[in-house]
Design a protein around this ligand. Structure first.
Ligand code: GDP
Length: 303
């Protein structure tokens, strides 16, 4: 009998422990937050974005009740993952699906690429062309960076290697006119997609933004894609913000992930632009373009 009573008591105590809840207070989460902030910073997430994530995390956790049996660190991790997914997947769309659907409405689909020089923009245009060609689409390139010496020739080299036509004017000419011509060419030849390069730098930022504004007005791109380096950290974030706030972008491609161990810059860029990262560049070859996968990235950062 005594034994039976003991067992009964044990069960009762266990039930009590399981059902007991505690309130999560700020002190308890702070230590964990500091550790997580460090992981994010080491993964190349920009300072301001780490701060914002940390604040969001704190406000979702502090004051919440948790069962005594639940581990605080598990709860924090789960909440952190969901905050990061919300950032990465805000306004997400599938690039391939977008092209397919858009082509039912109009032809050609026009995509303009913006971003500063040296980040891999030209190579990325060639990679996207390669992807579209492999999917069976026809493509024409537009040499819309008429400012940088050698930009037209560089794109021409890619066009030759890919076996696609490049529409170009003289160095220094009006890029809106070049891209407009590429669209007319595509219309007359039944080409599916126009991929347009744009200048990455001009005499002043205002010159550049005015030029991009004109391109947008004249050629009405269906997509504007911002290209930058996944390794550029806070600089890339500032540029992303600038292009997103002025020209307006629909998504980003981050290059050189092969040189970056983590890729947390995707979180920063998504956070400041509120637009998804569509692809990562992972090398110098045309096939080195991988579709962005938020689950994969989050695993990569926290494993
Ligand atoms: P742009 O000035 O922005 O047009 O840059 P480019 O396309 O000329 O690229 C600059 C350099 O970065 C070139 O040497 C490219 O081969 C290289 N590059 C571009 N994308 C990648 C990438 O994803 N990984 C690596 N490792 N190199 C890349």
């Amino acid at each position: 009998k005594v034994e039976e009573k003991k067992v009964g008591l044990k069960d009762k105590v266990a039930a009590l422990v399981i059902s007991r809840e505690v309130v999560i207070d700020e002190k308890k989460v702070e230590g964990i937050l500091e550790e997580l902030e460090e992981i994010l910073l080491e993964s190349d997430v920009a300072f301001e974005v780490v701060d914002a994530i940390s604040e969001a995390l704190k406000s979702r956790l502090v004051g919440r009740r948790k069962k005594l049996t639940e581990k605080l660190s598990d709860i924090v991790m789960e909440e952190l993952r969901s905050i990061i997914f919300e950032i990465l997947d805000e306004n997400r769309f599938d690039f391939d699906e977008f092209i397919k659907e858009k082509l039912k409405e109009k032809k050609p689909v026009v995509i303009a690429f913006v971003g500063v020089n040296g980040t891999g923009k030209t190579t990325t245009i060639a990679k996207v062309a390669n992807r579209l060609i492999k999917q069976g689409y026809s493509v024409v390139l537009a040499a819309g960076d008429t400012f940088r010496a050698g930009a037209i020739e560089q794109l021409e080299e890619h066009a030759k290697r890919l076996g696609v036509k490049l529409i170009k004017h003289k160095h220094g000419s009006d890029p809106a006119a070049v891209i407009y011509d590429a669209i007319k060419h595509a219309e007359s030849k039944g080409i599916d997609v126009v991929l347009a390069d744009t200048a990455g730098r001009m005499h002043t930022k205002k010159n550049l933004l005015d030029q991009l504004e004109k391109i947008k007005r004249v050629t009405k791109p269906d997509l504007i894609i911002f290209v930058d380096e996944s390794i550029a950290g806070n600089d890339a974030v500032e540029r992303a913000r600038m292009f997103a706030e002025t020209v307006g972008i629909d998504g980003s491609i981050l290059t050189k992930l092969d040189a970056d161990p983590k890729g947390g810059s995707a979180i920063s860029i998504s956070y400041v632009t509120k637009k998804p990262v569509l692809f990562f560049g992972v090398g110098q070859e045309y096939d080195d373009l991988v579709k962005f996968d938020s689950k994969w990235l989050v695993e990569r950062i926290f494993s």
